[in-house]
Write a protein of this length. Structure first.
Length: 164
C-alpha cells in the first residue's frame, strides 16, 4: 500500500460545488415563492464574478466592479426570478434602479449573517482569462532556462509530514 492518493477520475469537487450552488438556488426559490419577502432577520450577501458568462449588469456597475461584486438582499429588492441555472433581481444602486441577471456558476460566496451561515465557491467560469502576473525572476524572455537556473539551487523539497 502506498501513501500516495490516486488521481480521481470522478470530478468530486465539481459535483460538490454544483450541489452547494443548488442550495443558493433553493433558498432564493423559497424567497421568490413567498412573494419576495425574507423571513425574520434573514438577509443575504451574494458575491459573484461580474465578467462571468451570462452575467448581465448595467455598464456603470461593470466599470465600477470589473472582477467581482457583492450584492445585499435585505429590504429593497424586487422582481426576484429564480431559474434552474440563473436568477435575476431588481436592486437600487445610489437610488438608481437596476436589473441584474446572475448565473449560479458565477457566484463565489453566499452569506446569511442573521444565522451565521456561509458558503464559498470556486468560480466556475472556465472562459475567463487568468489574472495577469509578473514573470518569474528565473524565467528568460524566450522561455529557455537561464544559466543560473541550471545549477539546481532553485530546487526545494517539501515534506508535509508523510509517514515514513
Amino acid at each position: 500500500m502506498t501513501d500516495e492518493t490516486p488521481d480521481s477520475l470522478i470530478p468530486y469537487d465539481e459535483i460538490v460545488q454544483e450541489a452547494l450552488r443548488a442550495v443558493v438556488g433553493r433558498v432564493l426559490g423559497q424567497i421568490e415563492g413567498s412573494g419576495g419577502t425574507l423571513p425574520g432577520n434573514h438577509h443575504f450577501y451574494i458575491t459573484f464574478k461580474t465578467g462571468a458568462p451570462g452575467v448581465s449588469i448595467p455598464a456603470h456597475l461593470r466599470e465600477r466592479f470589473p472582477d467581482e461584486m457583492t450584492i445585499v438582499l435585505q429590504n429593497k429588492f424586487w422582481d426576484l426570478s429564480v431559474g434552474e441555472d440563473v436568477f435575476s433581481i431588481g436592486l437600487s444602486f445610489n437610488q438608481v434602479p437596476a436589473k441584474l441577471t446572475i448565473p449560479f456558476a458565477a457566484i463565489t460566496a453566499f452569506v446569511d449573517p442573521a444565522v451565521d451561515f456561509g458558503l464559498q465557491f470556486q468560480a466556475s467560469v472556465p472562459d475567463m482569462a487568468p489574472e495577469p502576473h509578473d514573470d518569474a525572476q528565473n524565467d528568460s524572455p524566450n522561455g529557455t532556462p537561464t544559466p543560473e537556473a541550471d545549477d539546481g539551487s532553485n530546487v526545494v523539497t517539501v515534506d508535509f509530514g508523510r509517514k515514513k
